[in-house]
Design a protein around this ligand. Structure first.
Ligand code: SF4
Length: 832
């Protein structure tokens, strides 16, 4: 039994792979290779397959897959099952310490992580003390899982170890265990049980966190062979970029330079500490530069567009309130897979299109499995209400990860530092080297803090403290910097997204001190070469007369707020109001957006003004109705929004009454003929009747005082018109005007606008009737100009306020960056 130790890059894995190759070449298949993750096992299978070896995939597996032969009749507790068990335990045990946060999914996730960590370390609930609430929940989870013939990971490995001791190793002569940083106690028990039946070769990197495992293996009789660090001395370049985007563009440009010099994409890797925040940006940038890349990351199935389309399906409204058996629900939901658009005929299929198809096919398979897992929570014949089945299905979708198969060979490999341990590549980029990003910073686990962890360690349970986890981050940095054989490119951004200066990683400082000759360079400004000839510049305007006629008809009736969208950006108006493109339904955690908050605010204020009852119960009721209607999940964010909105409304309703005026109408619908071809439809939130019977119009905004002031100013600048149009509409209905007020309900309640009443109303200007007339005429003219431009076919992406582009759904299609770049004259920047 051999234990290969040594620093990262000292050739331990190389020795193991050679031994495996020899066995494959001579047809001796009585061996197994055990890797730490499914992706790494897949990587090894691909590696040997590409070298021409033919073998059963099960020869290479994870620990969990390896013990499968000895554990039959017991399922592992899936992430969704664990979440459900914890929810049940919290509901019926109601531990005092967790009471205030028990309903939050984020808390359940944290609790699940702690229980999984304890189980993996071989610590059952019986070993816990000084953590009474955690212990009772953990004990209940263990018992409930056992009753359903499910086991947590640690218990599963221990059961496997027992069976291997009793039954032997099923004829497996050699076992290679490679890529692990250390072993948990249950894993060591499996290893010890195998020692009596097979010849084992294990690799371990030389670092503090692996010391306990090394000692246990030595005590089992493993012969240690120390491997010295290989002297590869790759060229090391340190790149400083102004921003993360510039850093990623620089990486893309360097990859293309390597490829032009003859290096295949597959010899290049990019290493990040974790998927967020680099992976989405890398994915877009590599795509833009035409670089094929494989991303070794999984994402929750709930984020896939199939799951989001199902959540927004009309059928769900029909099924609400119905009951059916689990198989019937599976059949009904299964039919919704057709909501994913089928592949369209592209021949030959482009790479991006093929990736989309693969992703869609994986999502459909994952969705079907998720339905089966959901159904398994119920007895097959019981009548399950829609709400119950839907809640469980949502849980499974949220906690099931989706991996899209990608077997392309010549691709750049993008992976996190944990995945990179079995890789060596000629060129490696390690990016995002700033503090708290790479390395990450680990604070104490709030559920099992460092103190009880230290006590558990004394009793032989190896659970890491925050200090040890931070120590491990240094090791991960060292690991990442040893993966390149020819060129290592380290990089970091100087400024974050807010424009604040970042702090360069201390591990990088340490690396630079011990590595003379590192080339330091500044990232250049680069952009991809166009994939085809640049089409002639065209003005973003519709010239066809028939289409212009159609535009006039389509917009014969309008809301003033739609015209304001045109004033902000013609292209945004074109997509939302002319083409009426729909956005993909928001992800569950994003559903409580500004639009939903605005609707909720209007509904609460309308009902409160009408009934004048207590605000809190009314708010809570409308909030519940909104969450149910919009399918907004409970959680930290939902609760934070609820509390903030309730506070804001409490403050506002204390000042909602205008002195000397009384409410005469709410939610009033009015029309205003703008010209021969256009009528504007208005929905006025509230009209108060003031002295002399004058009408005071009130419009609620869920905005702070500054935004409301900017809105009023916008009427002078020609970017807003709602106030003037509402006044025209009320006047048109036969009222004498007393003013137009905007009520800001966010943060400090604020009133702004124009009025002729003999009182002070917030920041609103007290004025003469002529000024109201001027505001109305200004707004009428702004509206007429905007309508004329709409009919002329103006659709250019020209935002008045570019900051609002970050909230606009059209950002990926309007190419505003190109338009702004062209306008700023930056077209001549260096290209790559
Ligand atoms: S992202 Fe900006 S420029 Fe593009 S459509 Fe939206 S508002 Fe207009």
């Amino acid at each position: 039994m051999l234990l290969l130790t040594g620093p990262p890059g000292s050739g331990k894995s190389h020795q193991v792979l050679q031994a495996v190759r020899e066995r494959l070449a001579s047809g001796r298949f009585a061996f197994r290779v055990v890797a730490p993750t499914a992706t790494m096992a897949e990587h090894l299978r691909d590696l040997f397959a590409r070298e021409g070896f033919v073998f059963r995939p099960s020869l290479i597996s994870t620990f969990s897959g390896f013990v499968e032969n000895w554990i039959s009749g017991f399922d592992t507790v899936s992430a969704a099952a664990l979440d459900a068990l914890i929810e049940d335990a919290l509901a019926h045990l109601d531990p005092k310490e967790f009471r205030s946060v028990a309903a939050l999914p984020g808390f359940r996730s944290a609790l699940a992580r702690t229980i999984e960590e304890l189980s993996a370390a071989g610590c059952g609930a019986d070993k816990l003390d000084h953590a009474a609430s955690l212990q009772v929940v953990y004990r209940d989870v263990e018992a409930s899982a056992g009753a359903r013939r499910m086991v947590l990971d640690g218990a599963r490995l221990r059961a496997a170890a027992r069976r291997i001791r009793e039954q032997g190793a099923a004829g497996i002569e050699s076992i290679f265990i490679d890529g692990f940083f250390s072993f948990t106690d249950p894993e060591l028990e499996v290893i010890e049980s195998l020692c009596a039946h097979s010849d084992l070769t294990i690799t371990l990197p030389g670092w503090q966190g692996g010391e306990a495992s090394r000692e246990r293996l030595a005590a089992m009789g493993f012969q240690e062979q120390h491997c010295e660090a290989a002297r590869r001395n790759p060229r090391v370049v340190l790149v400083k970029a102004r921003t993360q985007d510039r850093e990623i563009d620089e990486i893309a440009a360097r990859i293309l330079a390597e490829v032009r010099a003859g290096r295949p994409f597959r010899e290049i890797g990019i290493v990040v500490r974790s998927s967020d925040p680099y992976v989405p940006a890398l994915s877009t940038a590599l795509e833009r530069f035409g670089i094929p890349a494989r991303f070794y990351f999984a994402s929750p199935l709930a984020r896939h567009s199939l799951a989001r389309r199902v959540a927004a399906a009309e059928e769900l409204d029909v099924w609400r309130g119905q009951t059916a058996t689990p198989p019937e629900w599976v059949a009904r939901f299964g039919a919704l897979s057709c909501l994913l658009p089928p592949p369209t005929g592209v021949d030959p299929a482009e790479r991006e299109m093929a990736a989309l198809w693969r992703s869609g096919a994986s999502a459909v398979r994952g969705f079907e499995q998720a339905l089966c897992e959901t159904a398994s929570r119920f007895t097959p014949t019981e009548k399950v209400p829609f709400a119950g089945f839907w809640k469980e299905l949502n849980r499974v979708l949220r906690l099931t990860t989706l991996r899209v198969a990608d077997h392309r060979r010549n691709v750049v490999h993008v992976m996190d530092v944990l995945e990179v341990r079995q890789w060596e590549l000629p060129v490696v980029f390690v990016c995002g080297l700033i503090e708290r990003q790479f390395p990450l910073y680990h604070s104490q686990d709030p559920i099992l803090t460092d103190e009880p962890r230290a006590r558990l360690r004394v009793r032989g349970v190896r659970v890491a403290t925050s200090g040890e986890r931070n120590q491990a981050e240094k090791f991960l940095f060292d690991l990442a910097t040893t993966r390149a054989t020819d060129t290592l490119v380290l990089s970091y951004p100087e400024f974050n997204a807010k424009g604040d200066e970042t702090l360069r990683s201390f591990s990088l400082e340490r690396f630079l001190e011990s590595s003379p000759g590192v080339q330091q360079e500044q990232a250049r400004r680069v952009r991809p070469v166009p994939r085809g000839p640049r089409p002639p510049e065209r003005r973003a305007v519709i010239l066809d007369n028939e289409l212009r006629l159609w535009l006039a008809q389509r917009h014969a009736t309008m809301a003033p707020t739609a015209l304001e969208i045109f004033l902000q950006c013609p292209f945004q108006f074109f997509t939302a109001h002319t083409l009426k493109l729909e956005e993909l339904p928001a992800e569950p955690e994003q559903r409580f957006d500004a639009s939903v908050q605005g609707k909720l605010l209007h509904e609460v204020l309308a009902r409160w003004i009408r009934d004048r009852g207590a605000l809190e119960p009314l708010f809570d009721q409308v909030f519940r109705e909104t969450c149910a209607r919009e399918q907004i999940p409970e959680g930290y964010r939902t609760e934070a929004v609820r509390l903030e909105m309730r506070r804001n409304l409490q403050r506002f309703t204390g000042q909602a009454v205008i002195p000397g005026a009384s409410v005469s109408a709410i939610e009033q619908k009015l029309s205003l003929p703008l010209d021969d071809a256009t009528t504007l439809h208005c929905r006025v939130d509230r009209i108060d009747s003031a002295s002399g019977g004058t009408a005071l119009i009130i419009d609620y905004k869920y905005s702070g005082p500054q935004k409301v002031a900017a809105l009023v100013k916008g009427h002078e600048e020609g970017t807003h018109l709602q106030g003037g149009i509402y006044m025209l509409a009320v006047k048109n209905a036969g009222s004498v005007l007393g003013g137009m007020l905007f009520a800001g309900v966010r943060k400090e309640p604020s009133w702004d606008g124009w009025h002729t009443l003999p009182v002070t109303i917030g920041r609103a200007q007290r004025c003469v009737p002529q000024m109201l007339h001027d505001v109305m005429e200004q707004s009428r003219q702004t509206a007429l100009d905007a309508m004329a431009r709409i009919r002329e076919g103006v659709i250019a992406p020209l935002p008045v306020d570019a900051k609002r582009c970050q909230y606009c759904a059209c950002g990926d299609i309007c190419r505003v960056e190109s338009a702004v770049g062209a306008a700023a004259g930056t077209e001549g920047e260096q290209e790559e």
